[in-house]
Ligand binder design. Structure first.
Ligand code: NAP
Length: 402
């Protein structure tokens, strides 16, 4: 495991509540630990009317949103008046498209005019305002309610999406929560620790259910993308900043992560919010590879993950103190040089969605300093096929698929 010279930089910036700052190598419940990952590591589309029904009885804060459809799925090619055949718009679901990477990707795809983006978000109004704020044209997107911290909501989203009559060509599992300063665990509707429950288990159920829809797509390249992170990869300096990702023997996951008679952490250890996020990202990357092994050959679907770079300005860091949020972007920009803008990260993820050159399955994509994509290597744990199989099987049980 070789450390890149350019990575030998202070990897975390500790800002104490009193406002004093210092460098330290402990994450301190603090940083997304984004360092420069610019090196190969050694180590006529459907007309949809969405009708929002705020179900007073729903436990969801936003309420259930039901999609009503007034059309059939379009065919993959449509004829122009000149008789020339053109590809229909691709249809892509992006979870967590109300901010950060998800929103930037939605914008990048929508403005090509070649994609209809289904923004799968837990806060409908926030998503609508976000889409408007970046100038997305209404005909290029639909917002549908999805709360990944509720398996019922995931199932309802899938039902609503199917009722819309739209095809599914690409699914992007992007949403995430990061709770580095949490002292105690919080839980999803089903009682799973919130970070792993949302980032991994919610997406696991969503992608397993929507696999059937992807299989039915007649689009030339259908893809399932699960956003990963350098922080879950211990073959990088960033991934070596404590607390490190480590799924251990999965005893906590096997026990349901409920924090009652079993730990809320996957490895069975004491709760640590920063570690729970990193563990969830390892699960994301393992899940992508397990999908690839099980379904790529049979379905032709491209399964991929990526590290988009350190997008230091996003809402992911919202749990941190204001001073941190002020200093983190310049720290990443000028010291670690790992910073990418939201716009650039959106272009990167949009490439993984749509670029004909990125159809290879089972790949974890990264970008070099010239913003050129390359196949990166995952850490030993994040590429452990035996562990991936176990995570898959335990997750199936937890989400009610087995
Ligand atoms: N920022 C970085 O430096 C960085 C680096 C590597 C990887 N990533 C990855 O990039 C992805 C996007 O993160 P980001 O930086 O763009 O953060 P962000 O701006 O906070 O976006 C996260 C999105 O997830 C949504 N979300 C959270 N909980 C949800 C739930 N229960 N159900 C549905 N949606 C939910 C949020 O919705 P609300 O708007 O309603 O809160 C938000 O839209 C994540 O997978 C993250 O791990 C980020």
């Amino acid at each position: 495991m070789a450390l890149q010279a350019s990575s030998i930089l202070p990897s975390t910036l500790s800002i104490h509540k009193e406002g004093k700052s210092s460098f330290s190598l402990k994450e301190n419940g603090f940083l997304g630990v984004c360092l420069n990952d610019h090196h190969k590591s050694d180590f006529n589309p459907t007309v949809l009317r969405a009708k929002i029904q705020f179900d007073q009885k729903s436990t969801s804060s936003v309420g259930a949103i039901r999609a009503q459809t007034a059309a059939t799925a379009p065919s993959v090619t449509t004829a122009t008046p000149q008789g020339k055949k053109t590809l229909r718009k691709g249809s892509v679901i992006i979870t967590g498209a109300s901010s950060g990477l998800g929103l930037a990707t939605a914008k990048a795809l929508a403005e090509t005019g070649k994609w209809h983006v289904i923004m799968a978000c837990r806060d409908f109004l926030k998503a609508e305002r976000a889409a408007k704020s970046v100038g997305m044209n209404k005909e290029n997107y639909t917002i549908m309610h999805l709360d990944l911290a509720s398996l019922d909501s995931v199932r309802q989203f899938v039902d609503n999406f199917r009722r819309s009559g739209r095809p599914l060509d690409v699914l992007v599992c992007n949403a995430a929560v990061y709770l580095p300063t949490a002292k105690e665990p919080t839980f999803t509707a089903e009682g799973f620790e919130l970070s792993v429950g949302t980032n991994h288990l919610g997406h696991f159920l969503l992608s397993r259910l929507l696999l059937e829809d992807l299989k039915q797509s007649d689009y030339p390249s259908k893809r399932l993308i699960i956003v990963g992170s350098i922080t879950g990869n211990t073959n990088t300096l960033a991934g070596n900043v404590p607390p490190k990702a480590n799924l251990g023997d999965l005893r906590g996951l096997a026990g349901g992560l409920n924090g009652l008679n079993i730990s809320s952490m996957i490895d069975g250890g004491e709760f640590d919010g920063a570690k729970a996020y990193k563990d969830s990202k390892v699960c994301n990357m393992l899940t992508m590879q397990e999908f690839h092994r099980r379904f790529h050959e049979e379905t032709g679907i491209t399964f991929a993950s990526l590290y988009p770079g350190c997008i230091a300005t996003t809402g992911l860091f919202r749990e941190h103190i204001p001073l941190f949020r002020l200093l983190f972007p310049p720290f990443q920009k000028y010291i670690t040089k790992g910073y990418v803008s939201e716009e650039e990260s959106g272009k990167r993820l949009a490439q993984v969605v749509s670029e004909p050159s990125l159809t290879k399955s089972g790949v974890y994509w990264s970008w070099n300093k010239d913003s050129a994509s390359f196949e990166n290597q995952l850490s030993q744990e994040a590429s452990d096929a035996e562990k991936a199989k176990k995570v898959w099987e335990l997750s199936e049980k937890l989400v009610g698929l087995a």
